[in-house]
Structure formats: C-alpha cells, structure tokens
Design a protein around this ligand. Sequence first.
Ligand SMILES: Cc1cc2nc3c(=O)[nH]c(=O)nc-3n(C[C@H](O)[C@H](O)[C@H](O)COP(=O)(O)OP(=O)(O)OC[C@H]3O[C@@H](n4cnc5c(N)ncnc54)[C@H](O)[C@@H]3O)c2cc1C
Length: 415
Amino acid sequence: MPFSLLKYGLRKDYPFEEDADIPSAHKLRDSYDVVIIGGGGHGVATAYYLAKYHGITNVAILEKGYLGGGNTARNTAVIRSNYLTPEGVRFYGASVELFQGLSNEFDFNIMYSRRGQLTLAHTESAVSAFRQRAEINTHYGGKSALIGPDEIRKLVPCLNMNPAHMPVLAGLWHIDGATARHDAVAWGFAKGATQRGVELHQLTEVTGVDVENGKVTGVQTNRGKVRCGCVVQAVAGHSALMAEKAGFRLPITVYPLQAMVTQPVKPFIDPLVSSPALHCYVQQTGRGEIVLGSGSDPYPLYNTRSTLPLKESLLSNAVALFPFMSQLRMLRQWAGITDITSDYSPIMGLSPVQGYYLDAGWGTWGFKSTPICGKTMAELVAGGGTVPDLIKPFSLERFERFAQINEMGATAASH
Ligand SMILES: Cc1cc2nc3c(=O)[nH]c(=O)nc-3n(C[C@H](O)[C@H](O)[C@H](O)COP(=O)(O)OP(=O)(O)OC[C@H]3O[C@@H](n4cnc5c(N)ncnc54)[C@H](O)[C@@H]3O)c2cc1C
C-alpha cells in the first residue's frame, strides 16, 4: 500500500474532508430546534426543504448508520404515480413532478430516467382493474392507458407473450414511469441541507424519546441527550419500534423485501416491466444490469437476509417473461425491512405526542415519494403542526375513522 494512502487513512479526520460536498458535523450539540431521526432519503429531504424553503437550519439529522444506508440504498428505484385512489394519484403525481426537476435544483445529476412502466394483465379481472386505474389516473391528471397485445409487442419486443401459460391480455402503460440513482437522491438532498447549516450526525442512534406532559422535549442517543422543539421520525422499517419509544403504537407490520441484479448486458428493454400475477418486475439500468424485484416475503420479520426460495421463484418467473435471461449470471441479491400498513398507504403527519411528527409506513413504495414527502413534512414542521392538504388523508387517525386509502392492488410487485 502506498505510504501516502496509509497516512491518509490514519489521519484524525479520516474519512471526512473539510471541503467535502456533505460537510460532516463532529460535535453533537445538546439542543436543536428540530431533530430528524433517520438519515435516509426522507429524513434528508425534509431537512433540505426546511433549510431551503423555510430558513430553518438549526436542525440535526440523527442517523444510526450512514447517510442513505437503509432502504434508500436497497430499493429498486421505481418512480411512478399510477395509483388507484384520488389521494394516492395526487400525492405521487406531485412527487414525480418534483423528481423531474431535481437534477437542476441540486445542480447534481440524480440520473433521472423516464422510460415508462408497463404492468401486465394476464386475467380478465386484472384487465378490468387496470381499466379502472387508467380512468382514475387520467381523471386526476396522471398519464396511464390500457393497451393491447400489439402495442405491448412494439414496446417490449423480447417479452414472452405467454409466460407460465398465462397469456398477456393487456397492459397498464404509464409513460411517467421512471428510475433515478437512489444514492444520488440522498446525496443531493444531504448536500443541499448540510451546506445550508443542517447537521448530519452519522453513527448516532436514537435510543429513547423524552416526552413531558404529552409533548416531545428531546431524544436520547448513544452520544448523549439532545433537547429539541420538535421531532420528525423517518426511520422506515424501524417505524413501529421508534414509535414505541415515544409511547404509542403504529398499525404497522414489518416484512422483508428482496431484490437482485444480474451482470450487465447490452440494452434490450427500455420500459420498466412488471407482472403482478407472476410477482415479478424487471428493469435494465443505464449500466446494462437487470434489476429484478418481487413481492414481500410472506412472513413478518426484522431481517435483511436473502433467501433461496425467493431466488428460485423470482428467477423462474423472470425467465418465463424473458426466456433469454436464463443465460445471465446473478451479481447480487439483498433485502430490506419494510413497514407495511393494512391499506398499503403511508402514515404522515401528527402523532399522539405533540411536536412528534410521523413519516412512516412507506413499505415497499417510499423511494418515489422522497421529494414530496420531504417538502410536505417540512411544511408541517414550519407550520407548527398545521397539516398540509396533500398529506391530510394519510394521517394516523384515519385507522380510527375507518378511512383507509387502499392501494394494495396498485402496489403489488411494482413498488
Ligand atoms: C428491496 C427493496 C426495493 C424497493 N423498491 C422500491 C421502489 O422501486 N420504489 C419505491 O418507491 N420504493 C421502493 N422501496 C421502498 C423504499 O426503499 C423505502 O420506502 C424508502 O427508501 C424509505 O425511505 P426512508 O428515508 O424513509 O428510509 P431509509 O432509507 O431506510 O432511512 C431510514 C434511516 O433511519 C435509520 N434509523 C433507524 N432507526 C434509527 C434510530 N434508532 N436512530 C437513528 N437512525 C435510525 C436507518 O439506519 C435508516 O438509514 C423498496 C424497498 C426495498 C427494501
């Protein structure tokens, strides 16, 4: 090893640099206006919008691992707004719009790539469900249409139109389907927030929440106590555990979700292709790798192990859709822990503890909402708890009112 590299590695401030894009905060102060628990995409996006649009910079993001190392790092980066409910279409549509301008806003390339998403219908009931989704999407300004086998063949010539003896009858074509580089999204938001004065504290785990007279007053961490005016909880798969520390329960069950990626090959598929009936979605990255995803594991578990049964079922279904893929080698398989609500919609807004705001229940679909989530959570904090209209339907108390927003069908194996 060259001596200079060894010397660099042994430096006191390694691996931090004073002029780094994302300045590192060394000292954890004992008080902040706002504490954000979780340095994933959602946490850093909230900090970014607070700093940039509301001038609130006395903010600490507390992350137990490293920036964007949770589900943000593990997701398959599908961005879309072809949901079923009016609330969902409006919310995810606003996120897609923000995504389209993020590279310019950051002056940093998040590799946003709009290539459309095709969801396959293999049964008559799926065709009629997709027709309904296309109508609702169009009504609320989304871009979705039901298309037939001829158009599908033109969009994806190498698709097997009769996979696993389930003929492709139609497809839901969503031109706004896209992907972006997930790390870059987290880095862009973190850069914009920290350069405006927000502190990002990595390796800082929140171990307790201090509540006095029903109001949050601070958090306990592995580096000491921190007082604060309010807290935003954005810890994805750990949402229910963190809420318990604040003294209440969330209607969330945790399931592992797995994905995998193949060796790179020449470009062969432009759109994102998904088959809910085969529990499988397939997309090709800009580098040529094929990313494969499925539904959640069928049991609640806090674990990020990859399993052989998932590998077998996902790969056999992917090969049924694209037979030539049997020739490819897998590079990696991984999993994340996802917090799933009973209606497959998020929980955003107020909690039973005053000043303790929730950004949870993002399950398998939260990457695409990163910008709009950050923007609306920042509005909530800056407004002292006035809930923005866009996220009002996603309140925790909807479960008490039996006002669930059912997006289960629109989430299945497409994320
Ligand atoms: C395999 C897989 C594929 C997916 N595919 C898609 C997709 O294609 N499209 C899509 O929209 N969504 C997808 N998702 C879902 C998406 O990844 C998440 O919903 C989204 O990343 C949530 O963002 P976040 O910032 O809330 O969470 P995270 O990125 O997980 O950030 C939360 C952070 O909180 C930290 N934390 C937890 N506990 C504590 C604590 N006690 N103290 C301090 N910090 C703590 C964690 O370390 C973590 O970094 C997928 C998920 C997985 C697992």
